[in-house]
Design a protein around this ligand. Sequence first.
Ligand code: KG4
Ligand code: ZN
Length: 381
Amino acid sequence: MADVFILGIESSCDETAAAVVRSGEHMESNVVLSQFAIHQPYGGVVPELASREHLRGIVPVVRRALEEARQSYESIDAIAVTQGPGLAGALLVGVTYAKALAFSLQKPLIAVNHLEGHIHAVLLEERQRGHRDFDFPVLALVVSGGHTHLYLAEQKTKAGGWEYTNVGRTRDDAAGEAYDKVAKLLGLGYPGGPIIDRLARHGDPHAVKFTAAQIKGKDRNTPEDADRPFFAFSFSGIKTAVLRYVEINDMRKNCDERQRGLAHIQKPTVEDVLAQCDRKTLDLIASFQRAVVEDLVGKTLKAAEHFHAATLFVTGGVAANSELRARFEQQAAQRGLQAYFPSRPLSTDNAAMIAAAAYPKFLAKDFADPEFSAEAGLALR
Ligand code: KG4
Ligand code: ZN
């Protein structure tokens, strides 16, 4: 079969991204324009600003992705775009642009679920290494700033299409959101995940005891999950517990000073941040990370056992976390389970995963209806 070049476009949150992937398994280009500096002063993503930045970035980002892949608008075979879930205004920029491009070029357009994209980030890199056959069912933990979901995946088509059952999710905050909120509270800047990951190595992870109740998802099923076991996560309690710890231990002033101190530095390094952290703060950070990681690993492995999963995927921004990776690798291996992660650049939002997820749909001629629109709350099935 001839090579198929798919241009992927992603704009669901705060990254404007475009990539060209050949036949679902060769990344020809992967361009990501991060809006990090725009949102940083606010300690989180500001939806209005995200849409505006996508609008500014999308044309040059797509152009660069084509150039780096030595492709042109005319030479690509199809255009894939993230339909949802994500921020409505941000998604609309990508969807509208992709629709216009597909219409003017008379090329097929493929709508991709962002969460399926994260799963295909793993598949893309494994296929790139020549590894194409996975044992099913696959249990996938998609864990990012917006999502903490467990999906049980089975192969649907020979061409590589999968179908998904949602067997777990967070009842409140996503794990990455907890990282970002705790980082903001401690005056560490945005996004919180990468810096907490690096600071946690310098603290005692057993210093602060978070109780199981503070991180426990209520084992209460919603009507749609009533007929099957469901693995619930909850990360808003631990954020409140960190806040309480800060207040009880009189650390508030210290956090504010750290935030002001770091605000003066353009791109603070880990050393800059470390210089602003006392032992108590580092111990709190390490203990927070340990509690979150243990909970994610523990529940995912319980679900894997329950559903007799043969393979484990861990993907999304938080999958970049070093402790999470190490623990998954170690504990999954003890159970005879193979765990797969994307490389760090493909863990966080990108468009290569969108173009890769579109390939089985291209083969199945599963093209988007011209009337389709962005869906902020799109579910994965
Ligand atoms: O997948 P992603 O780029 O966007 C969403 O779809 O949400 O994930 C971003 C999230 C942020 O919350 C960020 O703090 C978190 O992933 N993150 C990490 C790490 N790197 C990024 N969390 C923990 N450890 C990391 N190393
Ligand atoms: Zn994402």
